[in-house]
Design a protein around this ligand. Structure first.
Ligand code: WQD
Length: 347
């Protein structure tokens, strides 16, 4: 993948998408956002303009609209696609499974159909090149840690099930058509924000994830953190996860696009290889922010696993990439975003 090539980011106005937009711009690519703004805020576009110095290219629409996706691929002569668009709340997926199967699996099918129509046609300008936003959730409850890519996959909720099914679809389309170049990236726990404090995680409603909940407690929006379980078989009894700075994650996408130029498809973990417990994150955040984070240990959350962290060596080998930022930087950047934007993009 040479630079000055246009890259389509489905769901590009979202948390990971917006940070990847910046990383691609800085790497010399021309990122184009396709977003229906159902779970992202248009204000992020002005923030991206302030960071990159130019108005972002944006197509407002739904990845489920196959003709629209095909038109966008042609309009911008897209060289590669990064597929972020999808619903991602574990709890919501249990309550509304059909929304998740329709949106996530249907959206992926629609994108693949549009890419087939463009890149497998006689007038194609290049091979179908796709980076897919998968998740460590496909590992279910791992028997041991750290996790390598050959670990068995399973699902414990519809959200994770959709990620697993899409991974299988991506493997299936390559059988009859080896021209497909596909990178499947299994994210561990993305946290933090761009150091400018202009873009960051802005969950709607009550945050499902740990870090945005912690930052909202620190800024005074919520009285205390509920720690889901203090009796796990971990050093301090609380859940252990592999937190990765969102900017390291974004850099992993740039490296994946470049690696796809070789023509080989691959699946890699994007994690740091370092696990931290909930209480370790709370203490690191208190140090970073200078704020107390009151908490109460309560019952385990159904579906949670005790430990989940990556062996990131395959990504280092294939992508020449590894996470560089540690937990303190994650907390400093998360706090800067939250404290400068108490109401997220709604400010
Ligand atoms: C982390 C730890 C909780 C909230 C999920 C998805 C994954 C990805 C990231 C979408 C756990 C504990 C949390 C709280 C807590 N999702 N916790 N109190 O569950 O590891 O991963 O989110 O991209 O695919 O599976 O992340 O941040 O929800 O939880 O104690 O209020 O924090 O029990 O140990 P998780 P999380």
């Amino acid at each position: 993948m040479t630079t000055q090539q246009t890259i389509l980011l489905t769901g590009g106005a979202g948390y990971i998408g917006s940070h990847t937009f910046v990383a691609l711009h800085e790497a010399g690519f021309v990122p184009v956002i396709l977003d229906n703004f159902s779970n992202s805020h248009p204000a992020v576009l002005e923030r991206l303009q302030r960071i990159t110095g130019r108005d972002p290219l944006v197509e407002r629409g739904d990845v489920l609209d196959t003709p629209l996706v095909e038109a966008v691929l042609r309009r911008h002569r897209i060289a590669g696609v990064v597929h972020f668009a999808g619903s991602k709340a574990v709890g919501e997926s249990v309550a509304q499974p059909l929304k998740y199967f329709e949106n996530n699996i249907g959206g992926a099918i629609s994108l693949l159909r549009a890419m087939e129509a463009v890149y497998l046609a006689p007038d194609s300008w290049g091979p179908p090149t796709l980076v897919f936003s998968s998740s460590a959730t496909v590992y279910g409850d791992p028997a041991t840690v750290p996790i390598t890519e050959d670990f068995p996959r399973s699902h414990t909720n519809p959200y994770g099930h959709t990620k697993l099914v899409i991974e299988d679809m991506l493997a299936a389309v390559r059988q009859p058509q080896p021209a497909w170049r596909i990178a499947t990236l299994r994210y561990f726990n993305p946290v933090g924000a761009h150091p400018s404090g202009l873009i960051g995680e802005d969950p709607a409603g009550i945050p499902n994830n740990l870090m945005p909940f912690v930052t909202q407690v620190a800024v005074g929006q919520r009285p205390q953190l509920s720690v889901f379980g203090g009796d796990y078989p971990t050093p301090d009894g609380t859940g252990v996860r592999d937190y990765i700075h969102v900017d390291d994650l974004a850099a992993g996408h740039v490296a994946a696009l470049r690696a796809l130029s070789s023509g080989e498809s691959f699946t890699v973990n994007l994690g740091t290889g370092q696990g931290y417990s909930v209480l370790q994150v709370v203490r690191a955040f208190e140090r970073a922010s200078g704020r107390k984070v009151p908490y109460q240990i309560v019952a385990r959350r159904p579906g949670d696993v005790a430990q989940c962290y990556a062996d990131p060596s395959l990504a280092r080998q294939i992508l020449g990439w590894e996470a560089r930022k540690g937990l303190d930087a994650m907390c400093v950047d998360a706090w800067r975003w939250q404290s400068q934007n108490p109401k997220g993009y709604g400010t």
